[in-house]
Design a protein around this ligand. Structure first.
Ligand code: ATP
Length: 489
């Protein structure tokens, strides 16, 4: 990270904390590694992002329905899905610093350094060696690569490494009161399996016809070997996933459609298109026949925000085998029974939240010849802004607070509103800019005479007067979900 991008990232983290978006978990006890709490504005923003996803997926598509499955699932689920045996990361410890690393990430960092130094051939060869070692689960080879390329611990600077070991990322716990009768269960590492095990329940009760999808938003848990970069890699996070069931042989058509649809969804939020790219997977997971990541250019480089995977019939077939229950669909159009193929879209809500912060946070220089000035603004799309409008009486006397409260009471039936009468008006505007409120409504003496108020827009800082009775409609036009959703249809 360059100094500038490093500073920008630090700004995002501190701004998120200072204004009540994201706090470290249990901070009074010095926090818990890679676990975060969303504050009063963070939870509003997160809810709006969930609503945007849900509306785009479920509300706009008559063949997609949503569910809310439990976090705990029968433990056999995770045997069938392959997570008990295969959901591992290769880890390695440095004996001097006692720090733990993911062996593959240490090697990836080295590849990045070779690339930066212009050693392209070396980088390509190392990438090839890494891919080979990972695809054959060859842990000894990973260790050998680390030694061959003299990779050292960033803390101790030494290459005094342990062997590479596999580390399962699932959190296990006990269900039931009696220690000996208790059953080991897992906190789900992905929400997808809750959809697969409910495939027939939903298909039958909803009388769904293929192609159709099941969507879900929910928590997932992964005991990441190293978790870093704020809410980018957490141990408890939230996913928004769609499993789209299709007739075998049509999956590539749907895969391409979802690949396009999902990028469009990201861009509709007003983000800079140059910040996004597709990253096609060359090496595919054993269950996939195509996979792509939508990556965002974070201050620390392009990283995955969302994955789109063509998962074949792997999951349903596995569950059919382990549960001994038929998980098939009768397709009346071709008069055949089959296990459907699946195209999945899987986005991390927390990573999305971080892209939105990174996209929106700007420091604006407002200096004039007379004086130096600047402001910090969160330029959220108005529809997802945590607070839609702030109602501000110009002064605390002459009946202005009463009038402002009256206006606010009406608006809050429709929108999340803040009322603020403390400090000078300019300072209050800046406070609202910093939390991304698109509109400030100022009540002044003229309001008492003609019932008009001033609207001040966040981005342009333009001000104009409207009748207070028109505010509900006026704000409605600007923050309506239609503004976002119409771009998708
Ligand atoms: P990565 O390679 O970054 O670990 P992944 O390929 O394991 O991610 P998936 O299993 O495809 O991720 O999960 C789907 C989405 O869930 C990811 O695109 C990401 O947005 C999110 N996600 C996965 N792991 C985490 C995590 N530890 N913290 C926050 N979000 C996560």
């Amino acid at each position: 990270m360059s100094k500038q991008t490093d500073d920008f990232f630090k700004n995002i983290v501190s701004h998120a904390k200072e204004y009540g978006f994201v706090f470290p978990s249990s901070e009074i006890y010095d926090g818990l590694s890679a676990v975060y709490d969303y504050g009063q504005l963070g939870s509003e923003l997160k809810n709006n992002l969930k609503t945007y996803w849900w509306k785009a997926m479920v509300q706009l598509n008559e063949n997609i329905v949503g569910i809310d499955a439990a976090i705990f699932m029968h433990p056999t689920t995770w045997k069938a899905s392959g997570h008990v045996d295969g959901f591992n990361d290769p880890m390695i410890d440095n004996k001097d610093s006692k720090k733990r690393y993911r062996a593959d990430q240490l090697i990836e960092d080295k590849i990045t350094r070779y690339e930066k130094d212009g050693k392209t051939e070396k980088a390509t060869k190392l990438q090839q060696d890494l891919d080979d070692a990972l695809s054959t689960d060859d842990l000894a080879r990973l260790k050998a690569i680390i030694e061959e390329h003299a990779i050292v611990c960033p803390i101790s600077g030494t290459s005094n490494w342990t062997e590479v070991r596999q580390f399962n990322l699932m959190f296990a716990t006990q269900m039931g009161a009696m220690a000996d009768g208790a059953e080991q269960v897992y906190l789900r590492p992905e929400t997808a399996q809750g959809i697969f095990v409910n495939f027939l329940n939903v298909q039958k009760t909803g009388r769904m016809k293929i192609p159709f999808g099941i969507a879900q938003i929910g928590k997932a848990f992964r005991n990441e070997v190293i978790a870093r970069q704020f809410i980018m890699r957490m141990r408890e996070f939230e996913q928004m996933e769609l499993q789209f069931f299709v007739r075998p042989g049509t999956e590539m058509e749907w895969y391409n459609k979802w690949k396009e649809t999902r990028l469009k969804w990201h861009l509709a939020l007003g983000s800079n298109p140059e910040k996004y790219r597709y990253h096609d997977h060359v090496k595919l997971a054993h269950y996939a026949n195509a996979a792509v990541d939508i990556e965002y250019d974070f201050p620390f480089g392009f990283k995955e925000v969302e994955g789109i995977h063509s998962r074949t019939d792997f999951d349903l077939k596995q569950h059919q085998e382990f549960s001994k229950k038929k998980l098939q669909y009768f397709d009346p159009e071709i008069n055949q029974n089959y296990i459907p193929y699946v195209v999945e879209t899987s986005i991390g809500l927390d990573r999305l939240f971080l892209t939105v912060l990174a996209n929106s946070l700007v420091e604006e220089d407002l200096s004039t010849e007379e004086k130096q000035d600047s402001r910090t603004v969160l330029r959220f799309h108005p529809v997802i802004a945590p607070v839609k409008a702030a109602v501000l009486p110009l002064t605390k006397k002459d009946g202005l607070p009463e009038k402002a409260r009256e206006i606010s009471a009406k608006l809050k039936l429709d929108y999340n509103i803040q009322y603020d009468e403390k400090d000078a008006i300019g300072k209050r505007y800046r406070r609202q800019d910093a939390i991304g409120t698109p509109f400030c409504i100022t009540v002044d003496h003229q309001t008492l005479e003609d019932n008009t108020v001033t609207i001040r827009e966040r981005d342009s800082m333009e001000q104009y007067r409207v009748n207070a009775d028109e505010l509900t409609n006026k704000i409605g036009e600007l923050v309506s979900w239609t503004n976002l959703l119409k771009q998708l249809v």
